[in-house]
Structure formats: structure tokens, C-alpha cells
Ligand binder design. Structure first.
Ligand code: APR
Length: 230
């Protein structure tokens, strides 16, 4: 058995971290072109770094919820048969104990140097004055997150995992952003059983053979209990 789980902002919503496209989502307050594109960063780096400094601080304070803990429990029971691919830049899956997690959109608690390529985990707020700990250059650091128009991380590993999976589960994502939104089609091509666990049907909701709707803290633990025969 090989279970590939894709998570989105909805799994962290009940931990107090915002989603993007819900009625009061992040993209209803900030124009994503200003903060989540290389062009936006080039235009006003200070504004972009301020936006991610706030998300870094919120991420550091947030606590995993029952859905994160349930997936960690599933992984510890089924070991390397479970892979979590998250679109989220928070690290709540890891804080809940999950080990096999791929952050396809990067993580908020790491800086990347545009000059030397160094990646550095940190909780410090990143500003235009920040100095790269590796090459000591100033003003070359950015948050190690993937912006629109950039290549998501781990795509080769993800594609291989989808080709070989027997169950694909999508949790807390609107299915609006590719390539993640296309994962369910790849899983179906591989003959996998497909499950959507979400507050409401996503854009690709009709592509899933099985679906359970409701808050992640309810539907995810229930599904994990069923998977573990509890
Ligand atoms: N429980 C389960 N699902 C929830 C909950 C909840 N408590 N609250 C919201 N949701 C669902 C919403 O119904 C929606 O389908 O989570 C989904 C959130 O969708 P988006 O806000 O679009 O977030 P996401 O799908 O993760 O966005 C994908 O877009 O902007 C980029 O990089 C960003 O990774 C992000 C990507």
C-alpha cells in the first residue's frame, strides 16, 4: 500500500493560520502579485519581507491541530507507506510528529540567499538589511518559499510517488493552483483510490471517488481511524 496525502491551507485553518481563497482569505487582503511573485519582490522587497515576517511569526506561534496529529499517527503506524506533500509553508505537520513531509512551496522558517544559494533555518524576521550568514552579502536574502511563476520543489519525487500510489488523499485545498491541482488526475491514471477531505467540495471535487466534508479536525481523525481499523 502507498498513501500519498496532499495538504493545503485548510488543514492549518483550525490552528489559526489563514487560508487564501476563502471569503476572508489572505488573497482577499493582499494582492498576490505584490507578495507572491518574483516581480513583486523585485518591485518592493521590504513590503514582501514584511508580509513573510508576519507569516513566519504566526507560523512559529501556531500549534498543530487534531488533523496534523492524526496524519502523524497514520505515518507512525504505516511508516514509509505514507508520504505527505504539503502546499503549506507552515511546519505544523513536522511539529505534530510527521517525518516524511515534502514542502512543494517551501517553508516560512528558512531563508534562501540569491547570491550564494545558502539555505538557513531561522525564526528571525528577514529584512532588506539582513546579512547572509554564508557569503555575508546584504540584501540578497529572500524567504525560501516558491512564488507564482517559480518551479515548485520536489516535483520529480512527487511525480514518482503519484505513479506508484494506491491511495491519494487531498486535504484542505481548493484545487485551484497547479501543479498540485493536477495530482488527483495523475493518481487516477495510476489506478489509485482517490479521497477528498475538505470543508466543502474543491474545484476538482468531482474527480475524487470518495469524499468526506467538514472541518479537518473532524474528518481527518475519523478517516485515519478507519484506515487503521480503529
Ligand atoms: N477544514 C478543512 N478544509 C478547510 C477548512 C477546515 N477547517 N477551512 C477551509 N478549508 C478548505 C477551503 O474550503 C478550501 O477548499 O481549504 C481550502 C483552502 O483553499 P485555498 O485557500 O485556496 O488554499 P490552498 O488550496 O492551500 O492554496 C494553494 O495557493 O496561493 C497559493 O501558495 C499558495 O499553497 C497555496 C496555494
Amino acid at each position: 500500500m502507498s498513501i500519498v496525502i496532499l495538504t493545503g491551507a485548510g488543514i492549518s485553518a483550525e490552528s489559526g493560520l489563514g487560508t487564501f481563497r476563502d471569503k476572508d482569505g489572505i488573497w482577499t487582503k493582499v494582492d498576490l502579485r505584490d507578495v507572491a511573485t518574483p516581480e513583486g519582490f523585485a518591485r518592493d522587497p521590504a513590503y514582501v519581507l514584511e508580509f513573510y515576517a508576519a507569516r513566519r511569526a504566526h507560523g512559529a506561534e501556531a500549534k498543530p491541530n487534531a488533523a496534523h496529529f492524526a496524519l502523524a499517527r497514520l505515518e507512525s503506524a504505516l511508516l514509509d507507506q505514507v508520504l505527505i506533500i504539503t502546499q503549506n509553508i507552515d511546519v505544523l505537520h513536522e511539529t505534530a510528529g510527521a517525518k516524511n513531509v515534502l514542502h512543494m512551496h517551501g517553508v516560512t522558517n528558512r531563508d534562501l540567499c540569491n547570491n550564494c544559494g545558502n539555505r538557513q533555518e531561522t525564526e528571525q524576521a528577514l529584512t532588506v538589511e539582513s546579512i547572509c550568514p554564508q557569503c555575508k552579502s546584504k540584501g540578497t536574502l529572500r524567504p525560501d518559499v516558491v512564488w507564482f511563476g517559480e518551479m515548485p520543489y520536489h516535483m520529480e519525487t512527487i511525480e514518482k510517488a503519484l505513479e506508484g500510489c494506491t491511495t491519494f488523499v487531498s486535504i484542505g485545498t481548493s484545487g485551484e493552483v497547479y501543479p498540485a491541482a493536477g495530482f488527483v488526475a495523475s493518481a487516477r491514471m495510476a489506478g489509485a483510490h482517490t479521497i477528498e477531505l475538505n470543508l466543502e467540495p474543491s474545484s476538482g471535487g468531482n474527480l475524487f471517488v470518495e469524499s468526506h466534508y467538514g472541518p479537518a479536525t473532524e474528518v481527518v481523525p475519523k478517516w485515519v481511524d478507519e484506515m487503521l481499523g480503529q
